[in-house]
Design a protein around this ligand. Structure first.
Ligand SMILES: [Zn+2]
Length: 338
């Protein structure tokens, strides 16, 4: 087969073709590992890929490239989201942990024969959301694989899974799309809307699905609001407690990411005095003005604190979010005034 005829399934993204070919080839040759760990940046389409791959495996008559037929009974069930042999485990609520009970239920069903007589596929996303007990419960299934069961664990490459889990999975690394691929995909989604796709992609660190979700959640509006608030705070025209109350219902990770993006730009300009590499290039004038009066060590200390806070937010539930935000904003007022 020549390379020109090698096309991947139509439901994956253009930047995933190689991974698709690699995995589909392994499946065709009965060399597919029983547990795959998908590693990559958040927002580049790993979950979509996992579902497309599951569809291709469960379809009763996929073609040689792994395109599912969309006509067999399995394809109908998959399309309706009711295929009994595709199991997706996610936190019950965003930001929560995957519990040991969720994993135990799955392991029980994995040990029974498959309902459709073929593969059973368990997708765990994000796998770093498993609490310790859940990870330990899963470990047993990874150590004693059941025939025809495929586990797909999806993980943000920046987060760590227990080494015991990692060592029992085949790691599949997902590359970020090239800038051109990302822009093309994003523009196709936005049709004719007049949106600055370059800026949006910069804010999403080049991850196109994340860029789209930033837009859908009106993160650009929130960004404007937050940056105005930070400016008002540094001028003594606003109050951290009042602002924290105003933003208490916003997604805290988004808030921390906005602060990180702003602070990183301030530091970048402080170090290089070159505006070419700013993420928030549309705030170029403000960044130049503010960074002059800030101390490099203060910026570094604040960025480190923000990164720690982000880690805490990702791994803990039940935080007092308003207090956490207040603390971040009070720190900002200290740093800009010292
Ligand atoms: Zn089919």
């Amino acid at each position: 087969m020549s390379n020109t005829t090698l096309q991947a399934s139509p439901d994956i993204f253009t930047w995933q073709t190689q991974v698709w070919q690699h995995l589909w080839h392994a499946k065709q040759n009965q060399r597919l590992a029983h547990a795959l760990l998908f590693l990559g940046q958040d927002g580049i389409g790993m979950q979509e890929f996992a579902l497309a791959f599951a569809n291709a495996i469960l379809c009763s008559q996929p073609n040689e490239l792994g395109n599912w037929c969309r006509a067999c009974q399995a394809c109908h069930l998959l399309h309706a989201g009711t295929h009994p042999d595709l199991i997706i485990i996610e936190p019950e609520k965003a930001g929560q942990k995957i519990s040991v009970d969720q994993i135990r239920d799955i392991i029980k069903s994995v040990n029974e024969t498959t309902l459709q007589g073929g593969y059973r596929i368990v997708v765990i996303n994000p796998s770093t959301s498993m609490n310790t007990n859940a990870a330990n419960a899963l470990l047993k299934s990874l150590e004693e694989p059941v025939n025809n069961t495929l586990f797909i664990l999806i993980s943000d490459e920046g987060l760590r899974l227990p080494a015991t889990i990692m060592s029992r999975c085949q790691k599949i690394v997902f590359a970020k799309p090239t800038h051109t691929q990302a822009v093309q995909w994003l523009q196709a989604q936005l049709k004719n809307e007049k949106i600055d796709t370059q800026l949006l992609l910069k804010l999403a660190d080049g991850a196109p699905l994340r860029a789209l979700s930033l837009l859908e959640k009106d993160l650009l509006g929130l960004r404007k609001d937050v940056y105005q608030g930070l400016h008002a705070l540094s001028q003594g025209h606003s109050d951290p407690v009042k602002l924290a109350a105003k933003w208490q219902n916003e997604d805290q990770i988004n808030m921390v990411d906005l602060l990180l993006s702003w602070l990183t730009d301030l530091l970048r300009y402080k170090l290089t005095e070159d505006p070419a590499h700013l993420i928030n290039s549309d705030y170029h004038n403000e960044i130049v003005k503010i960074s002059v009066s800030l101390l490099k060590n203060n910026l570094l200390a604040y960025i480190e604190h923000l990164q720690q806070t982000r880690g805490v937010l990702l791994t803990s539930a039940n935080l007092n979010k308003q207090l956490l935000l207040e603390d971040l904003l009070i720190r900002w007022t200290h740093y800009v005034s010292s």
